[in-house]
Design a protein around this ligand. Structure first.
Ligand code: FAD
Length: 441
């Protein structure tokens, strides 16, 4: 059997690894245009000099050591009827099964000046090169648009490099997709204290300049003047890479290629995984964005197992995700308070508040866990977490609780461990504390 994989990101790599691990006889070819695959989430840390540039490159061995063939080329067209993928350089490739894992590209909002030279996004090695070039040439100012995970991490990195940094966010808080106002105040304070010029409730209206952006005009009538080596970094989300399928019979909506629980598309023998897909929430089974590597990887496994003849299924996105600010780490899973309301749930929330170690132990920091539950059933719909460390330990437990359709009562009964250097006192666990408050409110 010939399997062709378009895309060499986490989705493409994982589907290849699973297929070849279970059946080395399957002929797998991966088509990927970049000379190197990049670990995107580490890019801000290269800018900050915390990580060596070369270390963000993934080794091609991840693909070739499985016995699969890697072709560095770009797919330009798929003839689904005759099962042929045409590429830019090397010609045509036949397949029996096709896995589309073309990912997503950062979105540049349709504002005047968005095409100017020093407007950059954060994903590829060439984005990184452009940012590093500005930094090395002595950039004085950077305007980061969007205070989500990537925008915050990049702003902190640029500020640590001594660059006057503006962080512009349309909504009334930082990490708006993850945290409600109450908890977002913690990273917000830290961002301001670091000296980043944080502009909330403000949009970028226009970028003006000849070749490069010389002025950034904001919706509050302020404008920021930029010099030659300064930059505007867009961190406002991504759109799926599906242009090559536009006039094809493949079913696509705004979020990507529509797939079912086996990662099958509407076309027989054609599968799609990762950021290029449009799929559903685990919680309410309605469409939901889930452009995370931690979704692409399990989707890729499900797809590979389906091709291998196993009917494992992917039940939907829970979207556990984490990020960091200066000292605060933030995380969210399921629906945030705002998202739960927007999706029509009548909810109640409660915050558990302890410390990450026994309070007398050096390094102990506060931890805040907000649980979001459906009012009439007490079913856990989501959580927001802010702490100085250990955030994944809370997020992953609550993600699993959501996956098991747990209620506040289940989390009240949750059995936990405690030790001075790694948790709060045995007397309380932040998740259990929040759950108990939900039960009693
Ligand atoms: C800065 C940044 C930080 C992130 N941080 C995190 C994080 O901390 N945690 C997390 O879970 N997720 C994070 N993400 C998201 C995560 O990186 C993506 O969800 C993940 O990479 C998706 O994997 P994928 O394989 O679907 O797509 P991608 O990784 O985007 O890979 C797509 C591949 O397809 C190729 N391709 C596209 N079109 C074609 C074509 N026509 N022909 C051939 N190849 C093609 C691309 O070149 C690429 O190789 C981050 C993303 C960014 C940009």
């Amino acid at each position: 059997m010939k399997v062709l994989v378009i895309g060499g990101g986490p989705g493409g790599i994982q589907s290849t690894k699973t297929l070849k691990a279970h059946n080395p006889e399957i002929d797998v070819t991966v088509i990927r245009p970049e000379p190197y695959s990049v670990i995107y989430c580490a890019l801000p840390y290269v800018v900050e000099d915390l990580v060596d540039r070369q270390k963000v490159r993934k080794s091609d061995n991840l693909i070739t050591e499985t016995g699969a063939t890697l072709v560095k080329d770009k797919a330009v067209n798929v003839d689904f009827e005759n099962k042929v993928v045409k590429t830019e350089l090397s010609g045509n490739y036949n397949y029996d099964k096709l896995i589309i894992s073309t990912g997503a590209t950062p979105f540049i909002p349709p504002i005047d000046g968005g095409e100017l030279k020093n407007v950059v996004s954060v994903k590829t090695e060439s984005d990184l090169d452009q940012i590093l070039e500005c930094v090395e040439k002595g950039a004085e100012k950077a305007v980061v648009v969007g205070a989500g995970n990537i925008g915050i991490e990049m702003s902190v990195a640029l500020k640590h490099k001594g660059i006057e940094t503006y962080l512009v966010e349309m909504q009334d808080r930082v990490v708006p997709n993850m945290l409600s106002k109450e908890l977002s105040k913690l990273p917000e304070k830290e961002i301001v204290e670091l000296g980043i010029n944080l502009k909330l409730n403000v949009a970028v209206d226009e970028l003006t300049g000849k070749e490069r952006v010389e002025k950034v005009k904001l919706s509050n009538n302020e404008s920021i003047t930029l010099a030659e080596n300064d930059m505007v970094i867009m961190c406002v989300g991504v759109k799926p890479n599906v242009e090559i399928f536009k006039n094809s019979p493949l079913e696509i909506d705004n979020d990507g290629i529509k797939v079912n629980e086996y990662m099958e598309t509407n076309i027989e023998d054609v599968y799609a995984v990762g950021d290029c897909t449009s799929y559903i929430s685990y919680i309410d089974k309605k469409p939901l964005g889930g452009k995370l590597a931690t979704n692409a990887v399990p989707m890729a496994k499900i797809c590979a197992y389906r091709i291998l003849g196993k009917n494992y299924s992917y039940p939907g996105f829970i979207n556990g995700a984490i990020t960091k600010c200066v000292n605060w780490r933030m995380g969210g899973t399921g629906f945030s308070e705002e998202m739960a309301r927007q999706r029509g749930f009548d909810i109640m929330t409660a915050v558990g508040e302890t410390t990450t170690r026994f309070p007398m132990i050096p390094g102990a920091t506060k931890v805040y866990v907000k649980l979001i539950a459906e009012k009439n059933t007490l079913r856990i719909l989501g959580a927001e977490v802010v702490a100085g460390e250990s955030v994944p330990q809370f997020i992953d437990v609550i993600s699993f609780a959501i996956q098991k359709n747990s209620t506040a009562y289940d989390l009240f009964q949750f059995s936990y461990c405690a030790q001075p250097f790694q948790t709060f006192f045995p007397a309380s666990n932040a998740i259990v504390q929040a759950a108990e408050k939900l039960l009693n409110s």
